[in-house]
Design a protein around this ligand. Structure first.
Ligand code: C5P
Length: 253
Protein backbone atom coordinates (compact mmCIF):
# COMPACT_ATOMS: atom_id res chain seq x y z
CA UNK A 1 0.00 0.00 0.00
CA UNK A 2 1.29 3.37 -0.98
CA UNK A 3 1.14 6.42 1.26
CA UNK A 4 3.57 8.70 -0.58
CA UNK A 5 1.83 12.04 -0.62
CA UNK A 6 4.40 13.45 -3.00
CA UNK A 7 4.22 10.42 -5.31
CA UNK A 8 7.99 10.11 -5.35
CA UNK A 9 7.71 6.54 -6.60
CA UNK A 10 5.44 7.23 -9.58
CA UNK A 11 6.27 5.18 -12.65
CA UNK A 12 7.57 6.94 -15.74
CA UNK A 13 5.43 4.98 -18.20
CA UNK A 14 1.64 4.70 -18.04
CA UNK A 15 -0.10 2.17 -20.26
CA UNK A 16 -3.40 3.54 -21.61
CA UNK A 17 -6.22 1.08 -20.90
CA UNK A 18 -8.35 2.25 -23.81
CA UNK A 19 -10.67 -0.76 -23.75
CA UNK A 20 -14.42 -1.18 -23.52
CA UNK A 21 -14.92 -3.23 -20.36
CA UNK A 22 -13.62 -4.04 -16.92
CA UNK A 23 -12.78 -7.61 -17.97
CA UNK A 24 -10.68 -6.48 -20.90
CA UNK A 25 -8.87 -3.96 -18.70
CA UNK A 26 -8.11 -6.54 -16.02
CA UNK A 27 -6.80 -8.97 -18.61
CA UNK A 28 -4.40 -6.33 -20.02
CA UNK A 29 -3.30 -5.37 -16.51
CA UNK A 30 -2.58 -8.95 -15.48
CA UNK A 31 -0.32 -9.45 -18.54
CA UNK A 32 1.70 -6.38 -17.61
CA UNK A 33 1.95 -7.36 -13.98
CA UNK A 34 3.36 -10.76 -15.00
CA UNK A 35 5.88 -9.11 -17.30
CA UNK A 36 7.01 -6.75 -14.59
CA UNK A 37 7.36 -9.47 -11.99
CA UNK A 38 9.52 -11.51 -14.38
CA UNK A 39 11.62 -8.85 -16.08
CA UNK A 40 12.89 -6.74 -13.22
CA UNK A 41 12.15 -3.65 -15.37
CA UNK A 42 10.67 -0.56 -13.69
CA UNK A 43 6.94 -0.83 -13.02
CA UNK A 44 4.47 0.75 -15.42
CA UNK A 45 1.35 2.53 -14.24
CA UNK A 46 -2.05 2.39 -15.95
CA UNK A 47 -4.10 5.17 -17.47
CA UNK A 48 -7.87 5.12 -17.21
CA UNK A 49 -9.49 7.46 -19.71
CA UNK A 50 -12.95 8.37 -20.90
CA UNK A 51 -13.83 5.06 -22.55
CA UNK A 52 -13.00 2.74 -19.67
CA UNK A 53 -14.23 5.10 -16.96
CA UNK A 54 -17.58 5.47 -18.73
CA UNK A 55 -17.87 1.71 -19.16
CA UNK A 56 -16.56 0.49 -15.81
CA UNK A 57 -16.75 3.43 -13.38
CA UNK A 58 -14.90 4.49 -10.27
CA UNK A 59 -14.99 1.02 -8.65
CA UNK A 60 -12.49 -0.27 -11.18
CA UNK A 61 -10.24 2.76 -10.68
CA UNK A 62 -10.16 2.10 -6.92
CA UNK A 63 -9.48 -1.57 -7.52
CA UNK A 64 -6.57 -0.85 -9.87
CA UNK A 65 -5.18 1.84 -7.59
CA UNK A 66 -5.09 -0.67 -4.73
CA UNK A 67 -2.20 -2.43 -6.46
CA UNK A 68 -0.83 -0.14 -9.14
CA UNK A 69 -0.22 3.49 -9.96
CA UNK A 70 -3.19 4.90 -11.82
CA UNK A 71 -3.47 8.07 -13.86
CA UNK A 72 -7.09 9.18 -14.25
CA UNK A 73 -7.31 11.08 -17.54
CA UNK A 74 -10.84 12.49 -17.68
CA UNK A 75 -9.76 15.93 -18.96
CA UNK A 76 -12.28 17.92 -16.93
CA UNK A 77 -13.59 21.03 -18.72
CA UNK A 78 -16.73 22.63 -17.29
CA UNK A 79 -17.84 25.53 -15.12
CA UNK A 80 -15.67 26.02 -12.01
CA UNK A 81 -18.26 24.64 -9.56
CA UNK A 82 -18.73 21.43 -11.55
CA UNK A 83 -14.99 20.85 -11.91
CA UNK A 84 -14.60 21.51 -8.17
CA UNK A 85 -17.05 18.67 -7.46
CA UNK A 86 -15.55 16.33 -10.04
CA UNK A 87 -12.02 16.80 -8.68
CA UNK A 88 -13.22 16.32 -5.12
CA UNK A 89 -14.84 13.00 -6.10
CA UNK A 90 -11.83 11.90 -8.17
CA UNK A 91 -9.46 12.57 -5.29
CA UNK A 92 -11.09 9.75 -3.31
CA UNK A 93 -10.04 7.13 -5.87
CA UNK A 94 -6.35 6.86 -4.98
CA UNK A 95 -4.90 7.94 -8.33
CA UNK A 96 -1.52 9.58 -9.03
CA UNK A 97 -2.70 12.25 -11.42
CA UNK A 98 -5.81 13.94 -12.79
CA UNK A 99 -6.22 16.08 -15.89
CA UNK A 100 -8.25 19.17 -16.74
CA UNK A 101 -8.34 21.26 -19.91
CA UNK A 102 -6.44 24.52 -19.60
CA UNK A 103 -8.95 26.07 -22.00
CA UNK A 104 -11.28 26.02 -18.97
CA UNK A 105 -9.39 29.05 -17.63
CA UNK A 106 -8.08 30.41 -14.37
CA UNK A 107 -11.14 30.12 -12.13
CA UNK A 108 -11.84 26.53 -13.21
CA UNK A 109 -8.23 25.56 -12.44
CA UNK A 110 -8.32 27.45 -9.14
CA UNK A 111 -11.45 25.56 -8.03
CA UNK A 112 -9.82 22.27 -9.05
CA UNK A 113 -6.82 23.06 -6.83
CA UNK A 114 -9.07 24.04 -3.92
CA UNK A 115 -11.01 20.77 -4.30
CA UNK A 116 -7.80 18.73 -4.42
CA UNK A 117 -6.35 20.43 -1.35
CA UNK A 118 -9.61 20.11 0.62
CA UNK A 119 -9.97 16.46 -0.36
CA UNK A 120 -6.39 15.76 0.64
CA UNK A 121 -6.84 17.52 3.98
CA UNK A 122 -9.92 15.40 4.70
CA UNK A 123 -8.51 12.02 3.63
CA UNK A 124 -7.24 9.48 6.08
CA UNK A 125 -3.53 9.33 5.30
CA UNK A 126 -3.28 5.56 5.25
CA UNK A 127 -4.25 2.96 2.68
CA UNK A 128 -4.28 3.10 -1.09
CA UNK A 129 -6.46 6.21 -1.32
CA UNK A 130 -3.83 8.21 0.56
CA UNK A 131 -2.29 9.91 -2.43
CA UNK A 132 -2.56 13.55 -3.25
CA UNK A 133 -3.11 13.45 -7.01
CA UNK A 134 -1.12 15.81 -9.11
CA UNK A 135 -3.23 18.12 -11.24
CA UNK A 136 -2.04 18.39 -14.83
CA UNK A 137 -3.42 20.81 -17.41
CA UNK A 138 -4.08 19.55 -20.93
CA UNK A 139 -2.59 22.04 -23.40
CA UNK A 140 -3.04 21.25 -27.11
CA UNK A 141 -4.07 17.65 -27.83
CA UNK A 142 -1.36 15.57 -29.50
CA UNK A 143 -3.86 14.76 -32.26
CA UNK A 144 -4.01 18.44 -33.29
CA UNK A 145 -2.21 19.28 -36.54
CA UNK A 146 -1.07 22.68 -37.73
CA UNK A 147 1.82 25.06 -37.88
CA UNK A 148 4.48 23.64 -35.58
CA UNK A 149 5.68 27.02 -34.26
CA UNK A 150 2.14 28.30 -33.67
CA UNK A 151 1.22 25.15 -31.74
CA UNK A 152 4.40 25.33 -29.68
CA UNK A 153 3.70 28.96 -28.78
CA UNK A 154 0.16 28.06 -27.73
CA UNK A 155 1.40 25.14 -25.61
CA UNK A 156 3.96 27.42 -23.93
CA UNK A 157 1.29 30.05 -23.22
CA UNK A 158 -0.94 27.37 -21.71
CA UNK A 159 1.94 25.96 -19.67
CA UNK A 160 2.89 29.41 -18.32
CA UNK A 161 -0.73 29.97 -17.32
CA UNK A 162 -0.91 26.52 -15.68
CA UNK A 163 2.20 27.30 -13.67
CA UNK A 164 0.83 30.70 -12.62
CA UNK A 165 -2.43 29.03 -11.48
CA UNK A 166 -0.43 26.59 -9.33
CA UNK A 167 -1.02 23.37 -11.26
CA UNK A 168 1.65 20.67 -11.03
CA UNK A 169 2.33 20.42 -14.74
CA UNK A 170 0.97 19.97 -18.24
CA UNK A 171 0.19 17.37 -20.86
CA UNK A 172 1.99 18.22 -24.11
CA UNK A 173 3.82 16.47 -26.93
CA UNK A 174 7.46 15.44 -26.66
CA UNK A 175 8.33 18.15 -29.20
CA UNK A 176 7.24 20.89 -26.82
CA UNK A 177 8.68 19.57 -23.57
CA UNK A 178 12.09 21.23 -23.91
CA UNK A 179 10.66 24.73 -24.31
CA UNK A 180 8.02 24.19 -21.62
CA UNK A 181 10.74 23.18 -19.16
CA UNK A 182 12.88 26.19 -20.17
CA UNK A 183 9.98 28.54 -19.57
CA UNK A 184 8.40 26.93 -16.49
CA UNK A 185 11.36 25.25 -14.80
CA UNK A 186 12.58 21.68 -14.44
CA UNK A 187 10.23 20.95 -11.53
CA UNK A 188 7.12 21.72 -13.58
CA UNK A 189 5.91 18.30 -14.71
CA UNK A 190 5.44 17.31 -18.35
CA UNK A 191 3.48 14.23 -19.33
CA UNK A 192 3.63 13.22 -22.98
CA UNK A 193 1.18 11.14 -25.01
CA UNK A 194 1.57 10.67 -28.78
CA UNK A 195 4.48 8.28 -28.24
CA UNK A 196 5.40 6.02 -31.15
CA UNK A 197 8.26 3.65 -31.85
CA UNK A 198 10.39 4.86 -34.77
CA UNK A 199 8.53 4.07 -38.00
CA UNK A 200 5.38 2.95 -36.15
CA UNK A 201 1.77 3.66 -37.13
CA UNK A 202 0.69 7.17 -36.02
CA UNK A 203 -3.06 6.35 -35.91
CA UNK A 204 -4.97 9.55 -35.11
CA UNK A 205 -2.01 11.22 -33.39
CA UNK A 206 -0.21 14.11 -35.11
CA UNK A 207 2.67 15.36 -32.96
CA UNK A 208 4.39 12.06 -32.23
CA UNK A 209 7.84 11.18 -31.01
CA UNK A 210 9.67 8.11 -29.74
CA UNK A 211 10.03 7.20 -26.05
CA UNK A 212 13.73 8.05 -26.28
CA UNK A 213 13.14 11.50 -27.85
CA UNK A 214 10.47 12.47 -25.34
CA UNK A 215 12.68 11.51 -22.38
CA UNK A 216 15.74 13.16 -23.92
CA UNK A 217 13.79 16.43 -24.23
CA UNK A 218 12.86 16.27 -20.54
CA UNK A 219 9.51 14.46 -20.20
CA UNK A 220 8.67 13.24 -16.69
CA UNK A 221 5.99 10.72 -17.70
CA UNK A 222 4.92 9.05 -20.95
CA UNK A 223 1.55 7.56 -21.85
CA UNK A 224 1.45 4.80 -24.45
CA UNK A 225 -1.64 3.03 -25.71
CA UNK A 226 -1.92 1.29 -29.06
CA UNK A 227 1.80 0.83 -29.86
CA UNK A 228 1.96 -1.33 -26.74
CA UNK A 229 -1.52 -2.75 -26.16
CA UNK A 230 -2.07 -3.73 -29.81
CA UNK A 231 1.43 -5.13 -30.29
CA UNK A 232 1.76 -8.86 -30.95
CA UNK A 233 3.53 -9.12 -27.58
CA UNK A 234 2.38 -6.19 -25.41
CA UNK A 235 4.69 -7.03 -22.53
CA UNK A 236 7.67 -7.11 -24.85
CA UNK A 237 6.60 -3.79 -26.43
CA UNK A 238 6.38 -2.19 -22.98
CA UNK A 239 9.83 -3.53 -22.14
CA UNK A 240 11.17 -2.03 -25.40
CA UNK A 241 9.59 1.32 -24.52
CA UNK A 242 11.14 1.30 -21.04
CA UNK A 243 14.56 0.53 -22.51
CA UNK A 244 14.20 3.30 -25.11
CA UNK A 245 13.21 5.70 -22.33
CA UNK A 246 16.35 4.77 -20.40
CA UNK A 247 18.44 5.67 -23.47
CA UNK A 248 16.72 9.05 -23.67
CA UNK A 249 17.33 9.71 -19.99
CA UNK A 250 21.03 9.01 -20.44
CA UNK A 251 21.13 11.46 -23.37
CA UNK A 252 19.73 14.35 -21.35
CA UNK A 253 22.06 17.33 -21.11
O1 C5P B 1 -2.93 4.81 -28.40
P1 C5P B 1 -2.18 6.06 -28.08
O2 C5P B 1 -0.75 5.83 -27.66
O3 C5P B 1 -2.32 7.12 -29.15
O4 C5P B 1 -2.93 6.61 -26.78
C1 C5P B 1 -2.64 7.85 -26.23
C2 C5P B 1 -3.42 8.01 -24.96
O5 C5P B 1 -3.10 9.28 -24.39
C3 C5P B 1 -4.93 7.98 -25.17
O6 C5P B 1 -5.48 7.30 -24.06
C4 C5P B 1 -5.34 9.44 -25.15
O7 C5P B 1 -6.61 9.64 -24.58
C5 C5P B 1 -4.28 10.07 -24.26
N1 C5P B 1 -4.00 11.48 -24.53
C6 C5P B 1 -3.58 11.94 -25.76
N2 C5P B 1 -3.33 13.27 -25.95
C7 C5P B 1 -3.49 14.15 -24.96
C8 C5P B 1 -3.90 13.69 -23.70
C9 C5P B 1 -4.14 12.34 -23.52
O8 C5P B 1 -3.40 11.13 -26.69
N3 C5P B 1 -3.20 15.41 -25.13
Amino acid sequence: MRTDAKCTTSPRLYIALDVASENEALSVVSKFRQMQDLSGLPRCGFKVGLELFTAAGPGLVRRLADEDSVFLDLKFHDIPNTVYGAVRAACRLGTDMLTLHLAGGKEMCRQALIARDEAWAGLEKTGPAAKMPRLLGVSVLTSTRGDVRAIKDLVIDYASAAKAYGLDGVVCSGHEVGEVKEKCGAEFLCLCPGIRFAGGEENDQARVCSPMEAMMHGADFLVMGRPVTLARDPAQAAAAALQDMEKGLRMRK
